[in-house]
Design a binder for this molecule. Structure first.
Ligand code: FAD
Ligand code: 2HG
Ligand code: ZN
Length: 473
């Protein structure tokens, strides 16, 4: 019997034959969400608890077979699918989906890594709490994947990234040991903070099996407005006004360029999209208040009146109820899907100091238009925290695949050089995966890269956890 056959037999013994998938259509685990690459797995292994994860990791390590931790497989940077060798095990966490405990006194929830984000949000809401992480993939991404990528989403302006929401982890190390760090403490300075090493490590240092996450009281009111804004400068001015008027009540501030909105209208014609024909940009703004709906409305109206008077908004609608609020958010959340419908595209998930975003966009739009005539710029994102999805769609009526093959590298080079000039980041929230690994090496300082490699070698000396992702050894 070959080594691989022996390993598969051992894995079946650990998780049960039904949870070691080797045949049939495995595309859900082998193909990334953006359909950029299709890998081939030795097997998809689906452990049901932490002990099984530890045994699987030990068995794979003994057989020198590398592993790719996977949650909902909604990642954007080809980081959660196997390579093409047919020699990697996909370690799918989706069976580990329990909410273990909720502690109202401590305002924490302890949850397994494979729990779908929306399931967690809903369970918390039912118990009277807010779990504020929110992103368009929430119906299928998992909390383990959110932690693995340190996901951002639409509430970062108030609540921070996934990292800021996490108070503890349980991790299976690359050696198959279990580190239980599920204390849920808000203060703990007993040495290096291991939790922060694993968050955002994209499965390259160990497998997150559970986490303690922060809860917040449910707000008394949550109001959503859509504002037409005449320019990005005006959007930044509106943001400043919103911070001043609403303070910590500002829970969402998303910008959408006109072309991004036109793609939503084109591919989802049933959606009503106010102002898309008349305004170069729109902003979705959310205001939450812990006191009352009437106070929230009064504060929001005060903000919008001031914005209209100052000219940083030219029009605005406020959702009257939850259905209307959802419809406004749905416009914003549909943009990545509309882009996917329009065809393969180049994504730039960048961050820049909020105040410098208008100048960056003006300069880079002009440079791209000159160098790549016809390329369509799809600009939208989390302006409240300085993160833009500065994406590029192939010219209309051209072969998108050929466009990406020929132009992705020079377009990336142009955009990332501008990001460097503006002291920004080439990956604000989606991570590095394999898609941006070589770019990371070009844009991170040699000292930072060397430290990252040292950490990788110390925690995963045999390079078995998601090798080739984030950093190359
Ligand atoms: P996967 O895609 O399965 O994995 C992502 C990475 O995490 C991989 O490197 C994987 O190896 C690692 N990983 C997964 N589980 C574990 C684990 N248990 N332990 C260790 N490592 C693990 N991202 C944002 O940040 N903000 C957004 O607003 C946003 N919006 C999105 C909208 C759409 C429509 C889509 C498709 C994606 C969006 N994303 C966004 C990207 C994606 O949803 C996030 O990166 C999400 O956090 C990934 O979760 P997942 O469970 O799908 O992880
Ligand atoms: C979002 O904010 C996601 O909608 C996806 O991060 C962004 O598809 C993209 O470029
Ligand atoms: Zn985003």
């Amino acid at each position: 019997m070959s080594t691989h056959a022996d390993l598969l037999e051992t894995l079946r013994g650990i998780v049960g034959a039904a949870n070691v998938l080797t045949e049939g259509d495995l595309s859900a685990w082998e193909m990334d969400w953006r359909k950029r690459e299709r890998g081939k797995a030795l097997a998809v292994v689906r452990p049901g608890n932490t002990d099984e994860v530890a045994q699987v990791v030990k068995a794979c390590a003994a057989a020198k077979v590398s592993m790719v931790p996977q949650g909902g497989n909604t990642g954007m940077v080809v980081g959660s699918t196997p390579d093409a060798t047919g020699e990697q095990v996909v370690l799918s966490l989706t069976r580990m989906n329990k909410i273990r405990t909720m502690d109202g006194g401590n305002l924490t929830v302890t949850v397994e890594a494979g729990c779908i984000l929306q399931t967690l949000q809903e369970a918390c809401e039912e118990a009277g709490y807010l779990f504020p992480l929110s992103l368009a993939a929430e119906g299928s991404c998992t909390i383990g994947g959110n932690l693995g990528t340190n996901a951002g989403g639409t509430q970062v302006v108030r609540f921070g990234n996934t990292r800021e929401l996490c108070l503890g982890l349980e991790v299976v190390t690359a050696q198959g040991e279990v580190w239980n760090g599920l204390t849920g403490l808000r203060k703990d300075n007993t040495g290096y903070d291991l939790r922060h090493l694993f968050i955002g490590s994209e499965g390259t240092l160990g497998v997150i099996t559970a986490a303690v996450m922060k809860l917040y009281p449910l707000p008394a009111a949550q109001l959503t407005a859509l504002c037409a804004v005449p320019s990005l400068d005006a959007a930044v001015e509106l943001l400043g006004l919103a911070h001043k008027t609403l303070s910590s009540g500002l829970t969402g501030f998303e910008v959408m360029g006109q072309f991004a909105l036109s793609l939503v209208v084109k591919h989802f014609p049933q959606q009503r999209v106010p102002f898309h024909e008349t305004s170069p940009y729109c902003v979705v703004l959310e205001h939450s208040d812990n006191v009352s709906e009437s106070r929230a409305r009064e504060q929001l109206e005060r903000l919008l009146e001031a914005a209209l008077e100052q000219g940083c908004a030219t029009d605005a609608v406020v959702a009257e109820n939850i259905t209307q609020a959802r419809a406004l958010w749905h416009i914003r959340e549909s943009i990545p899907l509309a882009q996917a419908q329009e065809g393969l595209n180049i994504k730039h998930d960048i961050s820049i100091a909020v105040s410098r975003i208008p100048a960056f966009v003006q300069e880079t739009d002009a440079a791209l238009a000159q160098a790549f005539p016809g390329a369509r710029l799809v600009n939208y994102g989390h302006l409240g925290d300085g993160n833009l999805h500065y994406n590029v769609q192939a010219p209309a009526d051209t072969d998108a695949e050929a466009f990406l093959r020929d132009q992705e590298k020079p377009i990336n080079a142009l955009v990332y050089a501008a990001v460097d000039r503006y002291n920004g980041s080439i990956s604000a929230e989606h991570g590095i995966g394999s898609l941006k690994r070589d770019k990371l090496a070009e844009h991170k300082s040699p000292v930072a890269l060397a430290l990252m490699r040292d950490i990788k070698k110390a925690l995963d000396p045999h390079n078995l956890m998601n090798p080739g992702r984030v950093v190359n050894l």
